[in-house]
Design a protein around this ligand. Structure first.
Ligand code: KG4
Ligand code: ZN
Length: 333
């Protein structure tokens, strides 16, 4: 029996979760509203908000799990990647708990945790499986041979999929983060109305910067003819942009499945909340006889339950960190 308390503080969510033997007992998230008026996350404000939130969030996670601090076997935290000041708050808090209780510390890579969020559900993929992780900072296709053997097969050469959504939304005058808004407008639009080209990138890597430039010129040209072009055609523009981002992602995922022969396929990360991606992923799965998996919505966007499940498997593998461990803004795994 192993009970893990996990802390996630890599960006603008202060989160804590308790996991017992692979089952999530609590999953608490405090989203920082302070960044809204700045159109993006302000690192210094994020660090301060983490300092304010961390005690009540961890306390709620323990209370909701109906356990005592003394029952926790290890403390997991997000070590990398993320905003360094934000990571430091969670790391230092986890270290203090480990020091005070004499229990071990587990350092977790945030992107590995997104991939392993697929192991939270009752119906989970067996190994090996492939995972397309799509978030605000990353786009990766990962081969998962065990909870502690993860290999990146392909990743973005420039913008992440979430950035592609958010930057496109910005060009359309939508507020940050624009991904969910594109999703919303796209629901009522025609995805075939406007054509944006798909980049030809070798292997399993991705690129989204060309798409962003294409959208910029498209909007400039159309707005020169009609000042209200974007406003008048928001649904169709969003549906067309979304369709192209989704096709770039899924065509590479299909390629990865063909190359590896693996048909158990997952998606994870904040962008996996996108309805267009979820629908097309399921459709592609049916066409190619894949078993498809998507984490529950609360485990797709940043959360501590994914850190807790990863911590649990690292605990079983005896993969602990020393108290001298430090967070890192960017770290390979
Ligand atoms: O994984 P995540 O919560 O945080 C990071 O680790 O980056 O991902 C956040 C990203 C943002 O770019 C946001 O716009 C995008 O996920 N996102 C979406 C949707 N929900 C969140 N993009 C498109 N459609 C959505 N429904
Ligand atoms: Zn994330």
């Amino acid at each position: 029996m192993a009970t893990i308390l996990a802390i996630e503080s890599s960006c603008d969510e202060t989160a804590a979760s308790v996991c017992r033997d692979g089952k999530i007992l609590s999953n608490i998230i405090a989203t920082q509203e302070v960044h809204k008026k700045y159109g993006g996350v302000v690192p210094e404000l994020a660090s301060r908000a983490h300092m304010q939130n961390i005690v009540p969030v961890v306390d709620s996670a323990i209370k909701e799990a109906r356990i005592e601090l003394s029952e926790i076997d290890a403390f997991a935290f997000t070590q990398s990647p993320g905003l360094i000041g934000a990571l430091l708050v969670g790391a230092q808090f986890a270290k203090s708990l480990a020091l005070a209780t004499g229990k071990p510390l587990i350092a977790v890579h945030h992107m590995q945790a997104h991939v392993l969020a697929n192991l939270i559900a009752e119906e989970k993929p067996s190994f090996p499986y492939l995972c397309l992780t799509v978030s605000g900072g990353h786009t990766q296709i990962v081969l998962c041979e065990s909870p502690v053997k993860l290999t990146i097969l392909g990743e973005t050469l420039d913008d992440a999929a979430g950035e592609a959504f958010d930057k496109s939304a910005k060009l359309l005058g939508l507020p940050y983060p624009g991904g969910p808004l594109i999703d919303k407008y796209a629901e009522h639009g025609d995805p075939n109305k406007y054509k944006f080209t798909e980049p030809q990138i070798p292997g399993l890597n991705f690129s989204f910067s060309g798409l962003k430039t294409g959208i910029l010129y498209f909007i400039q040209n159309k707005t020169a003819e009609n000042l209200d072009f974007v406003k008048d055609n928001m649904n169709d523009i969003c549906a067309s942009i979304q369709q192209r981002i989704v096709s770039i992602l899924l065509n590479k995922l299909k390629k990865a499945s063909i190359e590896t022969g693996i048909r158990k396929i997952c998606i994870a990360g904040g962008v996996s909340a996108n309805r267009g991606l979820r629908n097309e992923f399921k459709k592609m799965g049916e066409q190619n006889k894949w078993s498809t998996y998507i984490p529950a919505f609360e485990y797709c966007t940043d959360n501590a339950a994914m850190i807790a499940i990863t911590g649990y498997y690292k605990y079983l593998a005896g993969d602990f960190a020393g108290l001298e461990v430090t967070p890192s803004a960017r770290a390979e795994w």
